[in-house]
Structure formats: structure tokens, C-alpha cells
Design a protein around this ligand. Structure first.
Ligand code: IMP
Ligand code: MG
Length: 175
């Protein structure tokens, strides 16, 4: 198996994460502690890099959902697998995702989190497959728009493979 082809390099990711962190720090300045909710597993590297570059008070939480069962074959409805550990009532919340594809996962999470009376819920995703998005979901902070290709690396996987690649890569179709 050859390595996935580079779609977004390590340095391009780093530059963009810097920019996003600067924008978020500016937007949330003087608003108290920001609760960053990383959506496991795909967002763990993005969240680690983003959160360390913020210049505002922040608190890290994780949430886990399941929507894909094997590789790219979809399992159906979104299911909550693990919840946050602390109440988000009255807090400013930023959901941190690796990628928005159909948008169903993010929409489910926004609706669920909003029902808990936070001060606000916004979304930040590293990648967006805009052409595949089926539902009207608001992305407040976006790293990169990408085409309809399966990407891996920087937290994203294909059947648990290639999550720790330092760049975003595209898997070549098998011969
Ligand atoms: P959505 O609900 O269709 O927007 O799916 C979102 C989730 O599907 C993401 O959080 C990923 O976990 C997964 N996903 C969608 N496209 C890709 C991809 O190209 N590579 C890896 N994971 C993906
Ligand atoms: Mg995800």
C-alpha cells in the first residue's frame, strides 16, 4: 500500500490553524471561558493544536458520536456514544469537528447542545465537503473546503487507519 497522496500539507494546516485560533481568540475575547467540545475521534489532533494556540480562557470537553460503521459505509442515524462531563449551561460552546460531510452529525450535535441552555453554540470544522452537505448546518469557522474524496490523516481515518499522518491525504483507489 502506498502512502496517501498529499491534499493539504502539514505547513498549510498549521498556517490555517493559526489563523482560526487568532480569529476565535478575537471573537471570544472578554466573554469568559470558552468550552471547546471535540468530536471524537477525528477531531483530537485538530483540537489539540487549535486549543494550544488560543489566547483566551478555555475548557476542553469531548463528545463521541457514531455515524459510520465500516470505513466509508454509513450506518444510518447519528448516535451519542459519549457525553461531556460538565454542564454547559450558561457557557459559550464551540464544537470542534474534523470534517462536515452530509452535515447530519453536526446538526444533531448543535440541536442537542442548544437544548441545554448554553450562552451560545458555534461550530468549527477543519474540513467541509460542501458538495455533499444535505442539511442546513451553520459552520462558523472553517479550515478548508474540499472535493468529494475520502481523506485521512491529522485525526481522520479510513477504517482506523492513517489517523496519525501529519498531513491530510487522499487514498488512491485500489487497483
Ligand atoms: P456527516 O454526518 O456526514 O457530516 O459525517 C461526519 C463524519 O463522517 C465526520 O465527523 C467523520 O468522522 C466522517 N467522515 C466523513 N467524510 C470523511 C472523510 O473523508 N474521511 C474521514 N472521515 C470522514
Ligand atoms: Mg468527526
Amino acid at each position: 500500500m502506498q502512502n496517501p497522496k498529499v491534499l493539504i500539507s502539514e505547513s498549510d494546516i498549521s498556517t490555517r490553524v493559526d489563523e482560526l485560533a487568532a480569529q476565535i481568540s478575537k471573537d471570544y475575547a472578554n466573554k469568559g471561558e470558552l468550552v471547546l467540545i471535540g468530536v471524537l475521534k477525528g477531531s483530537f489532533i485538530f483540537l489539540a493544536d487549535l486549543s494550544r494556540r488560543l489566547s483566551i480562557p478555555r475548557h476542553i470537553e469531548f463528545i463521541a458520536v457514531s455515524s459510520y460503521e465500516h470505513g466509508s459505509i454509513r450506518s444510518g442515524a447519528v448516535r451519542l456514544v459519549m457525553d461531556v462531563r460538565r454542564s454547559i449551561e450558561g457557557k459559550h460552546v464551540l464544537v470542534v469537528e474534523d470534517i462536515v460531510d452530509t452535515g447530519h452529525t453536526l446538526l444533531y450535535l448543535i440541536d442537542m447542545l442548544k437544548s441545554r441552555n448554553p450562552a451560545s453554540v458555534k461550530t468549527c470544522t477543519l474540513l467541509h465537503k460542501a458538495h455533499r452537505t444535505e442539511v442546513d448546518v451553520e459552520i462558523d469557522y472553517l479550515g478548508f473546503n474540499i472535493a468529494d474524496e475520502w481523506v485521512v490523516g491529522y485525526g481522520l481515518d479510513y477504517d482506523e487507519k492513517d489517523r496519525t499522518l501529519p498531513y491530510i491525504g487522499v487514498i488512491e483507489p485500489e487497483e
